[in-house]
Design a protein around this ligand. Structure first.
Ligand code: NAD
Ligand code: MG
Length: 386
């Protein structure tokens, strides 16, 4: 049976890996809608390859360019926020949520509210609106399938087990490009050094998050909402080889892990085919060649983002939104060359310590706290990072 899928963020790293799997399984999937922020050439190319019926560019100024590129196809072209929501809530039964950042929140919610199966890569959406999103999924009947490799690993380990039998989950972290670097070297890190991840090839924002280890902090919050476990029952363990993608410990002392090579097509394939599996071209795991697997406790001194994220999760309310918004703003400024690497986490810390917002009651509240925090973070940058 063919599954109709929409790919939000089709031009990105996760989007491309998804398309690779879809093209290898032409009978299994029909792409109904694809979206991108600005890259209309890449989006038009994807439409021609997949035969998608709806192509949406978020930037309205690019509408006519996209329309021109797709003349002669039957694809409908649209632009702007409402069109993104339409792509998310349209005819697809499975929505791949692969937009980066809080920009993906409304489209993800549109998919959840319309009861879709959502393959969620866009962790920032869950970090900022976790309770609202899981409540909305419970009332609409939507299923959220984690694409993030760690959460996908846990999801796989939980299959066939009772939630009540889980004692804790262990999120593994590669440690990023600065795992063994001194505080001095980390302090002087350039954008090129920060995005050079040792094991995974990913978009720029998540690569910087991996370098600060904020990525693991966001994943801690993501895990809390996906698996309904308190902070104290979610551990973080550094594992530089990125072979064990995460683990679940059960009440009897058994620990189940999911292993594989560092290729996002493996977790994406699991979400695409769930509850079945499809073949992927991912390299097979050769443990005799890898020979050893190392594990170490994370260093909260050199990577304070982990501590901040845990504090934000435990504080609850609006704290995860503030953590995420300040981080998104600071990472964008770091990538643009405006601030130094350690300023990212310093700005997040300042944003958290000076924030006082009520817990959000709606997605509108979330987006307002996000907007105000970004403005405040920008003002802090101007004041402290000349
Ligand atoms: P990316 O930067 O490579 O791609 C992002 C996609 O989102 C692009 O298609 C872009 O056009 C679109 N986009 C960006 N801003 C937008 C906006 N304002 N409005 C609409 N569309 C917008 O990012 P990525 O690495 O593919 O990551 C996507 C998401 O998946 C992130 O949340 C990331 O944390 C998560 N994730 C990625 C990986 C990975 O291996 N890349 C692994 C785990 C989780
Ligand atoms: Mg991950």
């Amino acid at each position: 049976m063919t599954r109709k899928i929409a790919i939000l963020g089709a031009t990105g790293s996760i989007g491309k890996s998804t398309l690779d799997l879809v093209e290898r399984n032409p009978d299994a999937f029909e792409v109904t809608a694809v979206t991108a922020a600005t890259n209309v050439e890449a989006l038009a190319d994807i439409v021609r390859r997949t035969g998608a019926k709806l192509a949406v560019v978020a930037d309205e100024a690019r509408y006519s360019q996209l329309a021109e590129l797709l003349v002669g196809t039957t694809c409908r072209v649209a632009a702007g926020e409402d069109a993104l929501l339409e792509a998310a809530a349209g005819e697809a039964e499975l929505v791949i949520a692969a937009i980066v950042g809080c920009a993906g929140l409304k489209p993800v919610m549109a998919a959840v509210d319309s009861g879709k199966t959502v393959a969620l890569a866009n962790k920032e959406a869950l970090v900022t609106a976790g309770a609202l999103m899981t409540d909305a999924a419970a009332s609409s009947g939507a299923t959220i399938l984690p694409v993030d490799s760690e959460h996908n690993a846990i999801f796989q380990c939980l299959a066939g087990n009772r939630g009540d039998d889980v004692s804790r989950i262990i999120l593994t972290a590669s440690g990023g490009p600065f795992r063994v670097a001194s505080a001095e070297i980390i302090g002087a890190a350039t954008p090129a050094q920060a995005v050079a991840h040792p094991n995974w090839s990913m978009g720029a924002k998540i690569s910087v998050d991996s370098a600060t280890m904020m990525n693991k902090g966001l994943e801690l919050i993501e895990a809390h909402y996906l698996f309904k476990l308190p902070s104290q029952r979610i551990d973080i363990l550094v594992h530089p080889q990125s072979v064990v993608h995460s683990m679940v410990e059960f009440v009897d002392g058994s620990v189940l892990a999911q292993l594989g090579t560092a290729d996002m097509r493996i977790p994406i394939a699991y979400a695409l085919a769930w509850p079945e599996r499809i073949a992927t071209p991912a390299q097979r795991l050769d443990l005799a060649t890898i020979a050893r697997l190392d594990f170490e406790a994370p260093d909260l001194e050199r990577f304070p983002a982990l501590r901040l994220a845990r504090e934000a999760l435990e504080a609850g309310g609006a704290a995860p939104i503030v953590l995420n918004a300040a981080n998104e703003g600071a990472v964008a400024s770091f990538l643009a060359g405006h601030i130094r690497f350690p300023d990212i986490v310093r700005l997040v810390q300042e944003a958290l310590s000076s924030a006082a917002y009520d817990a959000p009651h709606s997605i509108g509240d979330v987006l307002e706290i996000d907007r105000v925090t970004r403005d405040r973070t920008k003002a802090m940058m101007t004041a402290s990072c000349p």
